[in-house]
Design a protein around this ligand. Sequence first.
Ligand code: AMP
Ligand code: GLY
Length: 426
Amino acid sequence: MKVLVVGRGGREHAIVWALAKSPRIIKLYCAPGNGGIENLAECVPIEEMNFAAIAQFAKENRVELVVIGPDAPLAAGIVDYLEAEGLTVFGPRQNAAIIEGSKTFMKDLMRKYDIPSAAYAAFDSYEEALIYLRLQKLPIVIKADGLAAGKGVIVAHTMEVAEEALNQIMVDKAFGASGERVVIEEFLQGQEMSLLAFVDGEIVRPLEPSQDHKPVFDNDEGPNTGGMGTYSPVPHISQEIVEEAIRTILKPAAKAMVAEGRPFRGVLYAGLMLTAEGPKTIEFNARFGDPETQVILPRLNSDLLTILLDVIEGRLAETDIRWSDAAAVCVILASGGYPGAYSTGILIEGIEDAEQTALVFHAGTARKDGQVCTAGGRVLGVVGRGAGIAEARSNAYAAAEQICFSGKHSRSDIAAKAIVSFGAKG
Ligand code: AMP
Ligand code: GLY
């Protein structure tokens, strides 16, 4: 089978890597791909948002399945567009991708269908938002309504920071049009967990749980990023809690989307806070997580291509989804300055050495005269595997040490929580 993956990050590298293992693959393409994906797929220089060029390429090359990685093309209706061109596509249509594309849609859906979540209010007016904000307890969470690459959320512990955030989003328009509307939300206390599921209408088949690390610095300090590292499984969170989240959040959300006439087909990602009152939803995403995918797919023992086709062709309920008991830990190597301004085009060394013992998924890299250089904020995801989290973690960090580029930044405490709360067995 000929398959085209759309996207250019670490998530897409992991998807391409998993698809490449399928005996059913004849040819893999990626648009536009990156410096690492090139080793597994033919990268074609077409931007994710150029739907017409993607459709034309897929038809000319007899692509039988297109897999969409990122949120922006999904929110803009890439699936509807490609389907109208007669292509088979993995991902939700635009009317379902809105669950991620609009935070107010997501929050209203959860309110209407009693899906546990944080209390909130949404505003189009800066003045009204400010009056409401000043009446709230701290900490408080301020979010730009639209997509902001995981960076449009500010958890404020002082009113000064909260007002500054509101100002940045609504007055300075730091996230562009995403900030025309703002959501002010109750702060949820607890452990975070990412729970993704393959969804087709009301059928929900969860993937293995994982945990992300959003803030840029150790101990969850500094601004939020797209994600600085992940691990899976999450040994200190019980199976009962995972099942509760499936029962109270993922399944009701899938059902709600059907009831709204917006059936979801693809990967539905619930970002959860495990509070003292049970799991609550922080957000839904309409796609695979990044960097969650980098630790989930290496644990998948079944054929990813078969699962994706089974989702599309109505066989999700019976498809075979098996997981390895082994653990995986992903450490993101980022450009100095990220999530703020950073330089690109910096030479990266040591990837092949790291690959002797770990998986290296490229996120923001490009090839220049045959050499791999930095090309984004998150540059590489180094994934260590082992019998437990402790072993996977030390493998990931040992391999990450072997990779050098000027300005390289990573967190040193990825998955530390899992080991502290569970002991070395992990
Ligand atoms: P989001 O983009 O909505 O996933 O938010 C990014 C990050 O901000 C989350 O992963 C949480 O760490 C944090 N966050 C968002 N909403 C809340 C909330 N209501 N309470 C506590 N933390 C939150
Ligand atoms: N890791 C966070 C996300 O994919 O949105």
